[in-house]
Design a protein around this ligand. Structure first.
Ligand code: HEM
Length: 147
């Protein structure tokens, strides 16, 4: 997949993840699945843990997409330092965010950690947004130079 569409897909999945996280928080469902990384019934979804299960599944998908976008940027000969930097920061942030998600569960939703979880989510969104903008600019300049 071209890097700009990979980055845009990543941005869209990340936005959905943040939306689901906001819903979990506002609806007070943050501890419906009290264990990590899996819910008590294992890998399969169940009605009881569904919303948390979806948040974790989409978080794992987001992590894979963010790493894939970084790799696509790093191996692209025409990519400049900006896209490599923002996609690498996004990778560091997503790993931190997933680790923090585990701590949020472990500390039974410690308020400071939940606030940091939101804060890192916003930073992450910013980095993925910038990566997407740089990726579209990259594909445009590659098209112009081939014309
Ligand atoms: C890329 C990874 C992730 C992102 C971007 C993300 C984002 C978010 C956001 C934006 C919220 C709403 C916070 C608020 O409204 O204050 C949230 C809530 C939450 N997240 Fe994540 N999350 C990620 C991964 C995880 C993981 C891996 C876990 C746990 C295994 C987790 C557990 C939670 C919990 C329990 C809440 C609800 C907190 C509460 O009830 O107040 N998150 N997440």
């Amino acid at each position: 997949m071209a890097i700009q569409y990979l980055a845009l897909t990543t941005l869209t999945v990340l936005y959905s993840l943040m939306f689901i996280g906001g819903y979990i928080s506002a609806a007070g469902l943050g501890l419906t699945c009290p264990e990590w990384p899996l819910c008590p019934n294992g890998i399969m979804p169940s009605e009881e843990y569904l919303i948390e299960w979806v948040h974790r599944l989409v978080a794992a998908t987001t992590g894979v997409l963010i790493i894939a976008t970084m790799v696509a940027g790093l191996i692209n000969k025409n990519a400049d330092r900006k896209i490599k930097t923002t996609s690498s920061i996004a990778t560091a942030l997503v790993i931190t965010q997933i680790t923090l998600g585990a701590l949020v569960i472990d500390t039974k939703l410690h308020a400071v950690l939940v606030a940091i979880h939101l804060g890192i989510g916003i930073w992450l969104f910013g980095m993925v947004l910038l990566t997407t903008l740089f990726a579209f600019r990259l594909s445009k300049s590659a098209k112009t130079s081939s014309d």
